[in-house]
Design a protein around this ligand. Structure first.
Ligand SMILES: [Zn+2]
Length: 312
């Protein structure tokens, strides 16, 4: 039973759960009522939920929703049911709820350390663009992020500090040895299409769902890392900050079961800071001042995340 392991179970009587095609859903009206939105409007296929400081929009048939203009990729599309827009209970519990009220996360963690993972290294260059290589940019970002987080009172641990190769298992082992920590893996993107650009942030996909970028069906049998709510809250904090500060193209918050995220016993995200293969974005990424701005934005987001989910 899905809701049983969730904070929402405590309020199960407030939810009417519909079964559609073997999956459980809740209605738009139920969500509007439960979260006390001051305004809820239906405009064709669109649903608009408004608080004074938060606007959430859904669209029937779409696999993304927006919260304050930040795009979130759902595990399952919003479906129509007799004029009601329906959201899966998986997306309700693992995405919408932690995003709308991160302070309700069941077992808040008290972290004082950030494990920073620079992707790739040595013979594994990662993405290669006209101006440089992902492994070098990722390491530079990790070292800058270390400084920025220390300046904000955090402790840090880097999985690598120079151009060496680590397996994903080694990265996970380093992260898991560290107590009271969160984990941020820093990468840059590549695409065969030179037009592809923008920033995306991955959180581990929750149990019972597929990665938003596809993947084989058996993936959905693998378990989440028991940190689903915190993963998405951390991804939200970082992604929203960076998109706003950098005015980058928003490719959304996505779910994936990258090995590096799957084995980790703490809140973990993988940040993709743009496409080195895109001429315009690649040139920006090659600029140290641009990388520093992203890093400052991530560090500010970590401060905000700690305030949101930390022990009161
Ligand atoms: Zn990478």
């Amino acid at each position: 039973m899905f809701l049983a392991d969730s904070m929402l179970a405590l309020q199960a009587r407030n939810w009417q759960v519909y079964k559609l095609g073997g999956r459980e859903y809740v209605s738009d009206e139920n969500v509007a009522k439960f979260y006390g939105f001051q305004r809820f409007a239906k405009e064709g296929d669109n649903r608009i939920f408004k608080h004074p400081d938060l606007v959430m929009t859904w669209k029937v048939g779409s696999q993304s929703i927006y919260v304050n203009d930040v795009k979130f990729n759902l595990s399952f599309p919003v479906v129509d049911n007799g004029g009601k827009a329906m959201l899966s209970t998986v997306d309700l519990a693992k995405l919408v709820d932690p995003v709308l009220r991160p302070s309700y996360i069941k077992k808040p963690i008290n972290f004082d350390t950030v494990v920073i993972d620079a992707g790739h290294g040595a013979h594994d260059s990662g993405a290669i663009g006209p101006f440089g290589r992902e492994k070098d940019y990722a390491l530079d970002m990790a070292l800058r992020l270390e400084k920025a987080l220390k300046a904000r009172g955090f402790k840090t641990l880097l999985t690598r500090r120079n151009d060496v190769f680590l397996t994903l298992g080694q990265r996970v082992a380093i992260a898991n040895r560290q107590k009271d920590a969160i984990f941020i893996s820093v990468h840059f993107n590549s695409s065969g299409s030179r037009d592809a650009h923008g920033i995306e942030t991955y959180a581990l996909a929750p149990q019972g769902t597929r990665s938003t970028n596809g993947g084989s069906p058996w993936n959905s049998l693998l378990s989440g890392n028991l940190r689903d709510a915190e993963n998405i809250a951390l991804a939200t904090a970082v992604h929203a900050h960076v998109i706003k500060d950098m005015r980058s193209i928003d490719r959304g918050i996505k779910r994936a079961r990258f090995n590096v995220l799957r084995g980790i016993n703490k809140p973990a995200i993988l940040f993709e800071g743009g496409f080195v293969t895109n001429r315009t974005e690649g040139k920006l990424i090659n600029d140290p001042a641009h990388r520093q701005r992203i890093v400052d934005s991530i560090a500010n987001a970590v401060v905000k995340f700690r305030t949101a989910v930390g022990k009161k």
